[in-house]
Design a binder for this molecule. Structure first.
Ligand SMILES: NC(=O)c1ccc[n+]([C@@H]2O[C@H](COP(=O)([O-])OP(=O)(O)OC[C@H]3O[C@@H](n4cnc5c(N)ncnc54)[C@H](OP(=O)(O)O)[C@@H]3O)[C@@H](O)[C@H]2O)c1
Length: 299
């Protein structure tokens, strides 16, 4: 049983991870920005605070043996991305070192790269650097797009497929995603804690299929039994449109990383089986779970 300190507990992955940590009998402390009444936080010790202003919550990390770092932002200005993802992680690492934390698990992205022209990818890469230069026993999981009930990517596609008159295909629709089920990510994290493997390692992980963007859209339409025309939208136009919508406070499922022409694929389709010895969830099974939870929300 570990004493775990979790950042980003209110996010998509955090909401799936927390019940699993508690079920595995770990004691969980969470850093949350706003006072929330979330059911998933019920059996955790909750500390209110911001990653960027650690003074009030610094004592919460004392005595933790494991830190799971999920707090991040995917959208916003390059400054916000840099401050939260790069500087926020560096701050957390320094605190964890001072507090004598044994292990830090960080969920990074397959798009992480030393490319300042892509602020999100760059900020994640800088976060990885801060962790790798530390004295901590870290494991970095570079993940492909993570999906499951409550995710913005598939959830957003489902909303669009249901309510828009047409379904946009961004760019040529050929970018490939090795979509990863959130339950499998949770399972990997639990294994890392339980078995203490992958010490000071960075692993790239993805699901068992590499699907083209257009193929994902088609499977979503088929799963919903919806027939709608698909419309090709050039990447640049989409980026402009999304920036406009987000500027007006309209959330879209199209976070910048999804526009990149780079594939979101790990080295191999067997990577989870190879490293974690279980068969990851196939896309259609994940999609069924996401559609069911979206149906529940409609009821
Ligand atoms: N989802 C994916 O497809 C995907 C793919 C690859 C890697 N990842 C990585 O996996 C991790 C978790 O992703 P996610 O999808 O769960 O993200 P998410 O849903 O966007 O959640 C982000 C979390 O970070 C918190 N946060 C943001 N800024 C903060 C700050 N300044 N101080 C404290 N907390 C802050 C948010 O708190 P509020 O609730 O207050 O906003 C939220 O709890 C991230 O590191 C992400 O880069 C995700």
């Amino acid at each position: 049983m570990a004493q775990v300190f979790v950042t980003g507990a209110t996010g998509f992955v955090g909401r799936h991870l927390l019940p699993a940590l508690l079920h595995a009998q770990h004691r969980v402390r969470c850093l949350v920005r706003k006072p929330v009444n979330a059911e998933t936080l019920q059996d955790c010790s909750v500390y209110q605070g911001d990653l960027l202003h650690p003074q009030p919550w610094e004592p919460a990390i004392m005595g933790a043996d494991t830190v799971i770092h999920l707090a991040s932002v995917h959208r916003g200005t390059p400054e916000l991305l840099h401050r939260t993802n790069a500087e926020g992680t560096a701050t957390l690492v320094a605190l964890a070192e001072r507090a004598g934390v044994h292990r830090l698990i960080y969920l990074s992205t397959l798009t992480a790269a030393p490319t300042p022209q892509w602020p999100y990818a760059y900020s994640a890469w800088l976060a990885e650097e801060a962790i790798q230069k530390s004295s901590l026993d870290y494991t970095i999981l570079r993940c492909s797009v993570i999906v499951g009930p409550g995710d913005p990517f598939l959830g957003g596609m489902i909303r669009i497929a249901r309510s828009w008159p047409v379904v946009p295909i961004i760019g040529n629709g050929q970018t490939r995603f090795q979509v990863l089920d959130v339950r499998d990510v949770v399972r990997c994290v639990l294994q890392i804690i339980a078995e203490g493997r992958f010490s000071r390692k960075l692993l790239s992980i993805g699901g068992p299929e590499a699907l083209r963007y257009e193929e994902i859209v088609e499977r979503v339409l088929a799963a919903l039994g919806v027939r709608k025309p698909k419309v090709r939208v050039p990447r640049r136009l989409m980026r402009w449109l999304v920036n406009r919508l987000e500027g007006w406070g309209v959330r879209t499922p199209f976070v910048p990383a999804h526009f990149l022409s780079r594939d979101h694929c790990a080295a191999s389709l067997d990577v989870i089986q190879e490293h974690f010895r279980f068969s990851p969830t196939r896309f259609d099974d994940t999609l069924r779970a996401v559609c069911t939870s979206a149906d529940d929300l409609l009821l």
